[in-house]
Design a binder for this molecule. Sequence first.
Ligand SMILES: [Zn+2]
Length: 136
Amino acid sequence: MFNSYGSGYSQSGSWQAQKDATSAQASAREAKTETELLRHDLDRVLMITEALWTLLKKEHGYADEVLANTVREIDLRDGRLDGRAQPPKAQPCPKCGRMNSAKLPRCLYCGEELEVKLFGDQPLPPDAAPETGPAS
Ligand SMILES: [Zn+2]
C-alpha cells in the first residue's frame, strides 16, 4: 500500500487520498474508453452517411447543393442556424394524457403506443422528398 513516511498527513488521511486518486483514475479511464467508443461510432455513422449520399448522387443525380440546403432547412427548424437539429420534444400520451419522452415507443404509464418521431417534431419538407429530386 501507499506509504506516507515523512508526510504531514495522517496514515488514514493519506490512505483515503490514495483511494480517492485511484477511484478518480478509474473514472477517467472509463470516460476515455467511452469517448473512444463514441468516436468510433461517430466515424462509422459519418462513413455510412457519406456512402448513402454518394449513392444518391450517383444513382439519382442529386447535387451537393441540395444536401447543403436541406441541412440548412433542418437546422433552421428551431429558428436558429447553429449546426444542431431540434431535439424531439416530449409528447402527451393519446390515451392517458401524461407526457412521455419523444424517444419512447410506448407510454411509460399506460403502455399505449406513441407516435414515432424519427427526426424531431416536423416532417421533412416536401422539396427534400426523393420523388422531387432530379430524375436519373
Ligand atoms: Zn399513457
